[in-house]
Design a protein around this ligand. Structure first.
Ligand SMILES: NC(=O)c1ccc[n+]([C@@H]2O[C@H](COP(=O)([O-])OP(=O)(O)OC[C@H]3O[C@@H](n4cnc5c(N)ncnc54)[C@H](O)[C@@H]3O)[C@@H](O)[C@H]2O)c1
Length: 328
C-alpha cells in the first residue's frame, strides 16, 4: 500500500504537535510546517519546513509532493487580543487560509483537508448543549475569522470539489498522555492551565466570578483532552478518504464542568490552591457545552481522556517538566 502522508500546519504548536504524534504513531509520513521551530516536537515530524504556510518554500514543496491529507492548524488564536488587533486575525487566519485553500483546491492531486475551527463561531448561545445546528454568533474577530474560513471551505468544496472537515474545538487542555513530551505553552487562558501554573509558581490564583446562573455560581465549560482532539483528526482524514461528505463537527467532551468542579479536582489530584475571588469577566457566558453526538456517529470518535483526572494529571506532569524549546 502507498505510504500515506499528511501535512500539518502549525505543527510545532500545542494541538498541531499532538496531531503529528498521532499520525506518526499510526504509520503516516508527517510533513510539518510552522513559522516557529520547537525542537521538542520534531521527533514526530519527518520533514519540517520552518515557514509561514503560504511561503514559497511550502507551495513549491506541495507542488512537487502533494500529501494525501492536509491538517490546517496554524492560526492566531487569542480571543482578547483579536479585539484590539483584528487585522492580524483577518490577515493571518482569513487571507492566508484563502490563498492556501485556493492553491490546494486547484492542484491536480488535491488532498483532503481538516481545519481547526472553534466553538468561538457560536458565541454564547443560551442552550444546554451546543449542536452543529446552533446558530452562529461569533463575538470576536477571532471567532469571525474561524466562521469565515469555514464558509470559504464550503464554497471551495462546492466549486472545486475540495473535500474537508471543519472541527470546532471546545476548550483544548491536558498534555501528551503517551509520555508527557508535548503540552501547552505557558500562559494559556483556560482555568485548568491558570490554576496549575499558579500552584507550580506559588502564586495566588484568582477565580473570576461566583455569581453565574449555575448551581455553584461559577461558569461551566467543556474541556476536551488534546489527545482526543488529535485522534479525531486522524479519524476525520480516514472518513474523507473513505468517501465521507464534507461537514463540520463539534469536538467537546459533552460534559460541562464548573470552575468550582475544576478547583475541587485540582485540589484532589495536585494539592491545595491559594486563591481569591475576583469579579466575573465581561462577556463570559454562564455555560458552553458541546453536543458531540455527531462526531461520535460520523467518525466513531469516543473521547477517552477528557475526564478531569486525566486532563489534570497529564497537564501537571507536563507543567513540571517542560522542555527547553517551549515558548517562555
Ligand atoms: N487551544 C484551543 O483551545 C483551541 C480551541 C479552538 C480552536 N483552536 C485552534 O486550533 C489551532 C491550534 O491551536 P493551538 O492551541 O495549538 O495554538 P498554538 O498557538 O499552540 O499553535 C498554533 C501554531 O500555528 C503557528 N502559526 C501561526 N500562524 C502561522 C503561519 N502563518 N504559518 C505557519 N505557522 C503559523 C504558530 O507558530 C503556532 O505554532 C488554531 O487554529 C486555534 O485557533 C484552538
Amino acid at each position: 500500500m502507498k505510504n500515506k502522508s499528511v501535512l500539518v500546519t502549525g505543527a510545532t504548536g500545542y494541538i498541531g504537535s499532538h496531531i503529528c504524534k498521532h499520525f506518526k504513531t499510526a504509520g503516516w509520513t508527517v510533513i510539518g510546517v510552522d513559522r516557529v521551530r520547537r525542537e521538542h516536537t520534531l521527533d514526530y515530524i519527518d520533514t519540517f519546513i520552518e515557514a509561514g504556510f503560504c511561503a514559497e518554500s511550502v507551495v513549491s514543496y506541495l507542488d512537487a509532493n502533494m500529501p494525501t491529507a492536509v491538517v490546517h492548524c496554524a492560526g492566531t488564536s487569542l480571543v482578547g487580543p483579536s479585539m484590539t488587533d483584528p487585522g492580524e486575525y483577518y490577515t493571518n487566519n482569513v487571507a492566508n487560509s484563502a490563498f492556501f485553500f485556493d492553491f490546494l483546491s486547484k492542484h491536480a492531486q488535491a488532498p483532503v483537508v481538516v481545519f481547526s475551527s472553534s466553538a468561538a463561531v457560536y458565541g454564547a448561545p443560551k442552550v444546554d448543549l451546543i449542536t452543529e445546528n446552533t446558530p452562529w454568533n461569533p463575538l470576536s474577530p477571532y471567532g469571525q475569522s474561524k466562521a469565515m474560513i469555514e464558509l470559504m471551505l464550503v464554497d471551495m468544496g462546492r466549486a472545486y470539489g475540495l473535500r474537508h472537515v471543519s472541527l470546532r474545538y471546545f476548550n483544548a487542555c491536558g498534555a501528551d498522555v503517551m509520555d508527557a513530551k508535548l503540552g501547552q505553552a505557558p500562559g494559556a487562558t483556560h482555568i485548568i492551565a491558570r490554576v496549575l501554573e499558579s500552584i507550580r509558581d506559588e502564586k495566588q490564583f484568582t477565580l473570576f466570578g461566583t455569581d453565574y446562573d449555575t448551581v455553584d455560581g461559577t461558569c461551566i465549560r467543556d474541556y476536551v483532552h488534546v489527545d482526543d482532539l488529535a485522534i479525531a483528526h486522524l479519524q476525520s482524514v480516514e472518513y474523507l478518504l473513505n468517501g465521507g461528505a464534507s461537514r463540520a463537527l463539534n469536538l467537546g467532551s459533552g460534559t460541562g464542568y464548573s470552575n468550582a468542579d475544576v478547583m475541587v479536582a485540582v485540589g484532589q489530584y495536585v494539592g491545595p490552591i491559594d486563591y481569591v475571588q475576583g469579579p466575573r469577566r465581561p462577556g463570559d457566558p454562564d455555560r458552553l457545552v458541546a453536543s458531540n453526538s455527531l462526531a461520535k456517529e460520523v467518525l466513531g470518535w469516543k473521547p477517552a481522556y477528557s475526564d478531569l483526572e486525566t486532563i489534570i494529571k497529564s497537564a501537571w506532569k507536563w507543567y513540571n517538566n517542560p522542555p527547553e524549546s517551549i515558548d517562555s
